[in-house]
Design a protein around this ligand. Sequence first.
Ligand code: ARG
Length: 591
Amino acid sequence: MMARSMADLLAILAQRVREALDRAFGESARQADPQIRPAQNPKFGDYQINAAMSLAKVLKSQPRQVAQQLVDALELDDWAEPPQIAGPGFINITLRDEALGKLAGELAADERLGLAHTDQPQTVVVDYSSPNVAKEMHVGHLRSTVIGDAIARTLELLGHRVVRQNHIGDWGTQFGMLIENLIETFSDDALMGMSFDIGDLNNFYKAAKQKFDTNLGFADRSRKRVVALQSGDAETVELWRTLYVKSLEHFDRTYDRLNVSFDPGDGDIRGESFYNDKLPGVIEALDRAGLLQTSEGAAVVYPEGFVGRDGEPLAMIVRKSDGGFLYATTDLAAVRYRVNELQARRVIYVTDARQKQHFSMVFKTAEMAGWVEESVHLEHVPFGTILGEDNKPFKTRSGETVKLEDLLDEAESRAAAIVAEKNPDLTEDERQRVAQVVGIGAIKYADLSNDRIKDYVFSWDRMLSMEGNTAPYLQYAYTRIRSIFRKAEVEAESLGGQAVTVSHPAERALVLKIAQWPDVVGQVAVALEPHRLCNWLYDLAVAYSAFYEHCPVIRADDEPTRRSRLALCDLTCRVLKQGLHLLGIDVLERM
Ligand code: ARG
């Protein structure tokens, strides 16, 4: 539910329809969904009300007759031409130009561009990014990081209390060999003073693994290290921490470049290790709930509704026969922490679609154990795989996983080359800044604009193109509007309170598009699909460019028209900026 804003067109129209439903069919019909949405085809006006069809069924009446009664009761003269009934009972609404002009003025005067705060703020946990310690972030973490960040920003803008949780993989048996390797690679002094450089985390991991596989003595020491770590041996824990801190430095660099923020002081980084001492409690609680069973020495649960290929109930192991805990156990502890301590009412997990079953089983188990009330929603937000041009999972030429840092470097250098060619007048500093904003923006946008659940092909040429649904296209649209203000020698701020007149069809189309902003943001918050916002921003930029083509701004016929159109330019500019901001993408005054 959303509170209403004076400038939220859809909310205003929906409210009018509800009042008419009440007048025509009584209090009970007021609860009916007004089913009002922007018309797909301008032939059918600007908005369409489709409530008559379903209402006719309830009222056991003719849809067209219901539509007529609804139209008779509808008080919309201040906004629209008389509504038209079409087909089986669609009601078409065409807004008046004066009303659209007035609306544009109100949107321009509103810092939030018509977007109200939710009237039901919730605490929402968003679990995203979640790379693994002692491994470099790779291309697989890109999606979780940017989608999760966009979701967090969107919910925050709506007024929810968002708690970011970076569920870093920082615990497990592999730390035995990593810590042993640390001891064998660096001197004590370097280790304790933190004055050593792990360098490439992946190579460090590989070297440890290689030793583990080939050197029996090392393997044996590594296993003992695991036991020491788990029993809390002070020196071992200290070394573990060293590894953790070094990895975090690496993650932070990447987050910085991606314009993604986790506040470590605020408890946003809650890796698997954080739950370590809560794991025995999980097992006890499962036992108390009567869910714990044993299978070949391991402790397991059987979440309802899961069967294996053999048709037998599927077990989720929560403690191995050697006493070790698993990924699932940690996630069960995390559910309890998030619901009880963080007081989350909605918990959102942004990971690869391949973890779907894992989360379904965890959620089901938590529900069966009675850890989540019905009002609490646990949601897995899956996403597809990034593919190379060969349609196979994206890899380097030598077949290795692509490091995220390398990808960001390449994005910036490719963007720099394009900028140097397109705009040779920029200073070196400016060029660097533009390359960074455009390059990183392009990568993020390419990811966010693809239907979240689908796989997509990673293509430099497409994402860096100035044409089509890309970040550079949107950033350029923004920059172009800013340059109009420089040419016109008008400060956007001086347009405060400027009346807007709408007469040309391209002006109407632009205002109608902008007026959808609150609805689009609301949709992203429900479906958790940032690509909806991307598609809409692209449509907006296209509507703007049609407006710009048909409606002279600086050379408008008269001063009031010029100022009115400048106000529309500024409004578009602000919406573009806000929209890109929700996606974590910057804009530029010049590019
Ligand atoms: N570290 C995991 C990975 O790299 C993702 C963790 C996702 N979050 C969670 N609560 N399990 O695949």
